[in-house]
Design a protein around this ligand. Structure first.
Ligand SMILES: NC(=O)c1ccc[n+]([C@@H]2O[C@H](COP(=O)([O-])OP(=O)(O)OC[C@H]3O[C@@H](n4cnc5c(N)ncnc54)[C@H](OP(=O)(O)O)[C@@H]3O)[C@@H](O)[C@H]2O)c1
Length: 276
């Protein structure tokens, strides 16, 4: 059987979810252009993949040079799809957010995937069939205390992806939005993990997210998929009755604030000059 979208660009390939996606897609016979900023991690990941014809490209996608590098590499690779899986996160109240970190989070989680889609679109539209997957988050549909900038970036990514799907609905480019709930990767600090345990928030393994993505790719459809129960239900409830969700989440505020403080202490200990 001829497989569609055989050659995909994977941004955030070195991350927890990205590496799991790479591993599953490798077994499915896809070839990947693996993207990240750390050469050692990229080479290490590539050496674990044995089935496909994979390549790697070093690019900081928050820079115009990084976007241009990816565009050239994707064109040489003749990619017919892209999975945007890069991202950063921080648990912090807005009043404590460093303004440079705000810029980094918005440019990594929102501007970079938009620019990747825009720069690769002519290549994708030249293919007989193509796919764009943007990895968002349940927090792209539910505003959460301590995550205002992360939520802003992921709400933006969801809106962008939905618009793009409608804009490209008369083309051969499928557009998919995949929204995981909390997932066990290095994106989450110890404080976030402890908070999730205390609040009873379920945490998925990256392999599960990767399998769900493969299922959507196989379905041949454009889609938005929200992972996890009750999180996927809360997405719907929040859009219909946000006051109910305001009320439920207000009960978590004291706990969230406490872990924002723990996170602040952990971060300051990691900064140059901090106590170690
Ligand atoms: N983990 C969760 O709980 C969770 C839940 C919902 C949604 N998500 C979303 O899932 C996606 C993957 O998250 P993850 O958990 O796998 O995170 P992760 O393990 O921290 O990996 C993040 C990835 O982003 C890449 N990256 C960061 N900044 C970059 C930049 N400026 N240019 C290029 N690449 C950059 C990193 O590459 P380097 O090697 O260059 O650092 C790494 O590959 C993100 O969009 C995240 O928001 C995660």
């Amino acid at each position: 059987m001829t497989r569609q979208f055989q050659k995909l660009v994977l941004t955030g390939a070195t991350g927890g979810i990205g590496a799991a996606i790479a591993s599953v897609l490798d077994r499915e016979g896809y070839s990947l252009l693996l993207t990240g900023r750390n050469e050692e991690k990229l080479s290490g990941l590539k050496s674990t993949l044995i089935e496909g014809q994979h390549q790697q490209v070093l690019a900081d996608l928050t820079t115009s040079e990084g976007i241009a590098t990816l565009k050239a590499a994707a064109s040489d690779f003749n990619a017919c799809g892209v999975i945007n899986c890069l991202g950063v996160n921080e648990l912090v109240m807005l009043s404590d957010f460093d303004s440079e970190d705000v810029t980094t989070m918005l440019s990594t989680n929102l501007q970079a995937p938009i620019q990747v889609c825009q720069t690769l679109l002519p290549l994708l539209e030249s293919q007989s069939e193509a796919v764009i997957v943007n990895v968002g988050s349940i927090l792209g549909s539910i505003g959460y205390a301590g995550s205002s900038i992360y939520c802003a970036s992921k709400f933006g990514l969801r809106g962008f992806t939905e618009s793009l799907r409608r804009e490209l609905s008369d083309t051969k480019v499928r557009v998919i939005y995949l929204a995981p709930r909390a997932t066990n990767t290095a994106l989450n600090t110890d404080a976030i993990n402890q908070m999730n345990r205390e609040l009873g928030n379920a945490v998925d393994e990256p392999g599960y997210v990767a399998q769900e993505l493969v299922g959507i790719l196989r379905s041949g459809k454009s889609a938005s998929r929200y992972l996890g129960w009750p999180e996927s239900f809360f997405v719907k409830l929040n859009s219909l009755f946000p006051q109910l969700v305001d009320k439920a989440l207000s009960k978590q505020l004291v706990t969230i604030k406490r872990y924002c403080d723990v996170n602040k202490t952990e971060q300051s200990l990691c900064k140059p000059g901090g106590v170690s």
